[in-house]
Design a protein around this ligand. Sequence first.
Ligand code: C2O
Ligand code: CU
Length: 465
Amino acid sequence: AGGLTPLLASGSAQADSAGAGPVTVPPPFTVRMPTLPVLSPISGPAGQDTYAVTIKEAAREIIPGVRTKVLTYDGHFPGPVLRARTGRKVVIRHRNTLTMPVAVHLHGGNVSPDNDGGPMDTFAPGTSRTYTYPNQQPGAGLWFHDHAHHMESEHVFRGLSATYLLSDDNERSLPLPAGQYEVPIALRDARFDESGQLVYVMDDAFGRTTILANGRPTPYFEVAARKYRFRLLNSSNMRFFQLRLSDGGQMIQIGSDGGLLERPFTTDTIGLSPAERADVVIDFSRYPVGTKIVLENTLGPGTPDQVGKVMRFDVVRTAPDPSRVPNALRTLAALPPATVQRTVVLSMDEDGRQEPQGFMDGQVWDHHRIDQTITHGTSEIWTVTNANKLVPHNFHMHLVQFRLLERNGAPVGPAEAGLKDTVRLFPGETVKLHATFDTYRGTYVYHCHLLDHSAMGMMANFRIR
Ligand code: C2O
Ligand code: CU
């Protein structure tokens, strides 16, 4: 494990640690990874869970001994976990104490247009907004994050993202690792200046080379020699992760964006583009107590020294393990026949990136323009292409969980065989997806979830009527 990773220089050193010399990110595995706090409901009408969240600026210790200014849901960095149940409504009142408008979007949620927290549906500083989530969808590892147009990228980078774990009866009936052995982990990158403050620069893919797991730089996490269920979220603005264990050991992937897969599968690598989730079981019982296993990342940008290590699992004790990963996890509904086919092409300027713009089908997002009109109750097949030669993208639709039919003309692998709301698109790739629009009517967005790209216009509207 190498020495200190020097922080990238930047213009705006702030007062917090002035005079103390430049702040550096600590060596890997010297900071413990915290678990994420779980939000508690407040009292409210029976039959629903009511929450009150304050969106506020806070100073949090990301680098030991340094207070970093962040934007938070209720003071937490990264955001907390909200645990919801299928069939039970959640009502959240958010109070905006920032100086900018915000919007809160439940990513992967099947919600009505007025509760979707879309890019123009913001609420102003000093005001509150209540969102109602009916949770009439199967269990899934969802998340919520800011979506105020042109600001979502900076807001999310500075901390406005949180985990929303929706579980259903089927999932709860399975003997999967639970309680302290089910651990949500939010992975992302960040960039700090010499005083340890976050540096936001639009489209700064190459500057954000500090990896955070649950808000701490390349931490360690103590585990027992038994199975754990990790709910992984890539909450980075633009970074793709390709994860592996340092000993090449197997992981069992049991779920993706839209919840459990039909069947678990073992793999030595997990890919996560921004906003994607993976539900993964790792069995540490194969390791003697005292073993340290690094969760590595094999993708850039950034050198392996900077971004190649994500966190470390330290096996420190034994523990009983009644948990099991069943061979059948859930049944996915058969796909209704699709009646409409569409194509969508994502692109952005690759040269002369003074004022880069992002495009869907050659157009920058216009919130007045309806780009696709869909008949309620139908299923469609969308063929989505990344036309760029160098820049990766991904594709996210609000409202629906879709199924991937093909990637580059071939059937998709097991990691992409379940319900998805976000799909990666490396340069030149094409995917074919199947979506059914049989719940709400109204206007929603689809966009690249490299948030700096969607902020640059790589977004479009679909309307269901
Ligand atoms: Cu995470 Cu428009 O979404
Ligand atoms: Cu993109």
